[in-house]
Design a protein around this ligand. Structure first.
Ligand code: GLY
Length: 396
């Protein structure tokens, strides 16, 4: 057990573990606090690495960070695979994608009806306008790539650089890597930052960061299903499929072990109940796009809480009133893809004391500013704005 760590990280999800691993690799003594590593948003997440298909209107700076992090994923995955392999981690052995399901098959965006296609096209035209790699395809071209898609499709596009990883296995691999690098995991909850004895504290606690720091991080519920192909054979398609089906939006993420993740609702709620209506809508949209999925086993229906912020972008860097406390939270729908860049930027800041310019748009003080065109907030400090506060909701 460490006497006095250089860095205390709160939260053992992918972001917290990756920061701990990177810091330890730079020679720092690191301790990570979490009562249940990997039990937050990452346990529910599908693991899409989608800087293009998730480039939304009005989020230019976030899109830039997604693109930067996605570009770091191949190196990050190779390094992590090397460590996990060296460690001979039994729980990672034999799985595809170096043990954590990193796959580079790309993503198809598809529209079922004319209206669905119009909606999808509007977004991918915007993405093309940003210079992002996404190309329209005719229905026959889509079905050449994925014959399992319904012949009723009206059209779609391919985003060849949008990939996937299995978040649950990723947490295991990161934990192995962190522990091999000398990180100590402490299985306890942190309720007050004052209880931590370290010159630098990193809060990577997802939406739990709100209670610890007062940052405007709110829970955003997502319901997700997991299906399994008959006989555990690989699913009938290899691309990630993001579809619009009769006005519903759905994504389908196939894994080599036969699993297909079907997601997700986006609800401004803080409970984790699975509802019949959500399951119905997700399944209907999934089966509309890939009819064969009706034969798959439904093995899990689960809900998790994404850490949302007022502008949907993460909060990275020191708290305005506590330069020794660094936030690495608020990743909302993008925690898995943003893991490498978050770990690199926060580690560099800790080691050198110099913030990378990439951090500038994502610092916590953007929410502390007085009312103005950028934040649209009312007066008050971090976490005090009625529009941005989570109003006492927690992730529990
Ligand atoms: N990035 C997918 C989701 O949050 O549902």
């Amino acid at each position: 057990m460490l006497t006095r760590p250089d860095v205390a990280v709160v939260g053992a999800g992918p972001v917290g573990l990756a920061i701990a691993w990177r810091c330890a690799a730079r020679g720092l003594r690191v301790v990570v606090h979490d009562p249940a590593p990997g039990s937050g948003a990452s346990r529910v997440a599908a693991g899409m690495l989608a800087p293009v298909a998730e480039a939304y209107f009005g989020e230019r700076e976030l899109t830039g960070l997604l693109t930067e992090s996605a570009a770091r994923w191949p190196g990050f995955a190779a390094e992590l695979a090397g460590v996990a392999e060296l460690a001979g981690a039994a729980e990672l052995a034999g799985a595809a994608g170096a043990g954590f399901g990193y796959r580079t098959d790309g993503t198809l965006v598809v529209g079922l009806t004319g209206d669905d296609l119009a909606e999808a096209r509007r977004l991918w035209s915007y993405q093309q306008g940003l210079g992002l790699p996404i190309t329209a395809l005719r229905p026959s071209q889509l079905r050449d790539r994925e014959p399992a898609l319904t012949p009723r499709l009206r059209g779609g596009a391919v985003a060849p650089g949008d990939h996937q990883v299995d978040p649950r296995r990723l947490v295991t691999a990161l934990r192995v890597a962190a522990e091999r690098a000398g990180v100590t995991l402490v299985p306890g909850a942190v309720t007050r930052l004052a209880d931590l004895v370290a010159p630098v504290v990193v809060v990577a606690a997802g939406c739990g960061a709100a209670a610890l720091t007062g940052l405007p991080v709110r829970p955003v519920k997502g319901q997700v299903l997991r299906l399994r192909a008959p006989g555990h054979r690989p699913p009938d398609f290899r691309h990630v499929i993001r579809g619009y089906a009769d006005g519903e939006s759905v994504y389908l993420v196939p894994r080599d072990n036969g699993e297909v993740v079907v997601g997700a609702t986006v609800e401004e709620r803080a409970d984790t109940e699975v509802t019949a209506g959500a399951v119905l809508r997700l399944l209907r949209a999934a089966v509309d796009l890939v009819p064969e999925l009706a034969e798959y086993e439904l093995v899990e229906a689960v809900a998790g809480l994404r850490p949302g912020t007022p502008d949907n972008a993460p909060i990275l860097g020191p708290l305005p009133d506590r330069p020794d406390v660094l936030a690495a939270t608020g990743h909302h729908r993008h925690g898995i893809v943003l893991t490498p860049v978050t770990a690199d930027l926060i580690t560099e800041l800790i080691v050198t004391g110099r913030p990378d310019p990439l951090l500038t748009p994502f610092t916590a003080d953007r929410f502390a500013a007085p009312a103005g065109p950028r934040s649209g907030s009312t007066a008050g400090g971090v976490g005090r704005d009625r529009e941005t506060a989570n109003e006492g909701e927690t992730c529990d």
